[in-house]
Design a binder for this molecule. Structure first.
Ligand SMILES: [Zn+2]
Length: 231
């Protein structure tokens, strides 16, 4: 079994390879090693025009707009790690805002795991990578707390099916304040189901955060539903 430090080390090495061999910006696929200044400006402009902070009970950093969507899809489906830091920063900044508003001290970070099939297909669990990066930036422990019991991924399901959400069991009891991370929130069913499992295992408080919410995006234009935008 590789140690956690080895895996993290390997990730940094891949970031390093992207750096040396010139990965493109994951937001626009133009030249650049990281999320480019143009994409950052567009994301920040959309955020200032259409600030979205919560979707249901979930704190969100961004609307699921063009560049954010591309960065998340590149990370999830093409394993393009150049956006990981940017996505983790978005969550860290979002939590900093809530902390200033009185959110109590977070003890550890965890994530809503994808299905075993998806993890095997992609070679990684993207939510786990984001959670680990966020934890490192916030100098917190990242704890593997949840197992996904149902095997069907949420992507491709109807809204009604999505509302039921996947089932999770918590195998780690954390009677503390947990930050539960997922990448995109659509109905909130995944994070809701995962947080219920953590409460059932004795968690004191679970705060849910996602990088982006599809809700405003879907209501503003029907043509860009994430199901249709995959790959
Ligand atoms: Zn770009």
């Amino acid at each position: 079994m590789p140690r956690l430090g080895d895996i993290e080390g390997a990730l940094h090495f891949m970031d390093f390879l992207d750096f040396v061999f010139g990965a493109t910006c994951p937001g626009c696929r133009r030249g650049g090693r990281q999320v480019c200044q143009d994409c950052r400006k567009k994301i920040s402009l959309t955020h200032s025009q259409n600030p979205i902070e919560y979707a249901g009970g979930v704190m969100v950093a961004h609307a699921y707009q063009t560049e954010i969507r591309q960065i998340i899809l590149a990370f999830k489906y093409r394993n393009q790690r150049a956006g990981l830091n940017f996505l983790a920063d978005a969550i860290v900044e979002r939590i900093a805002v809530e902390t200033r508003r009185g959110l109590s001290r977070i003890d550890c970070v965890t994530w809503a795991p994808t299905t075993v099939r998806r993890k095997n297909e992609r070679g990684h669990d993207h939510a786990e990578l984001v959670a680990k990066r966020v934890a490192r930036k916030m100098r917190l422990k990242c704890v593997d707390t949840l197992t996904r019991v149902s095997s069907r991924p949420q992507t491709g399901l109807s809204r009604e099916e999505r509302l039921i959400g996947p089932k999770f069991v918590a195998h780690e009891s954390c009677a503390r304040h947990l930050l539960l991370i997922d990448d995109v929130v659509t109905t909130g069913a995944t994070l809701n189901s995962a947080s219920q499992a953590l409460y059932a295992a004795g968690a004191g408080l679970v705060s849910c955060v996602a990088i982006a919410s599809t809700v405003l995006w879907q209501s503003s234009t029907g043509s860009c539903a994430p199901e249709k935008a995959r790959r």
